[in-house]
Design a protein around this ligand. Sequence first.
Ligand code: AR6
Length: 206
Amino acid sequence: GRDPARVSILSSDNGREFSDKLVSFDLSPSTTLKLHKGDITLWSIDGSTDAIVNAAEELMLGGGGVDGAIHRAAGPQLVEACREVPEVRPGVRCPTGEARITPAFLLPVSHVIHTVGPIYGKHDQPEVLLANAYRNSLKIAKENKIQYIAFPAISCGVYRYPHNEASRVAISTIKECSDGLKEVHFVLFSDTTYSVWLESAYELLK
Ligand code: AR6
């Protein structure tokens, strides 16, 4: 019994947005999904109830891709905060599909939520682990009073998850689990990722 998503295409110069190609979908009367093309390290809403999600690895000590970009932009205090997260077993601070939270230091948001997506081809049911990564990131966000959250395309780089499948898992999980948040954003780095996400959003939220 939910209204179909109301879709609006906004211009890039509305004064608050940092990136181009913003498209907005209503997930519910109180939660909006926004898709951008851009660099997630530049994203923020208010600096106090906002968080970006990092596509990390299980030891949480940085790496390439968006993880490297987030650590560079946050400064060296971020890796120190990650070191303080206890290892659940040797070499693992955040098991695949789970999430952890730290402050964001020099980034313009209040927190970084670190999650680990599946390495595509390594697990039997990658879609379950990818959905868990989104679900657990949203859960830890709400537990920490976050109202605005931005995700990258988890597992879609080094971990080689096919973009079309990943976008469908990402958007359907967010549709199910985003109640209580004001805005959920995707900040997609490339034109191709952005257009795949946009197509899936129109399909799944229409
Ligand atoms: N803003 C937004 N998205 C970005 C940015 C950015 N600044 N930079 C890259 N992306 P990846 P994974 C996109 O490889 O596949 C790391 O080494 C990128 O184009 O960062 O989950 C970790 O330490 C792609 O679409 O993450 C892990 O070892 C998406 O972010 C491993 O990579 C995710 O690509 C995790 O691999």
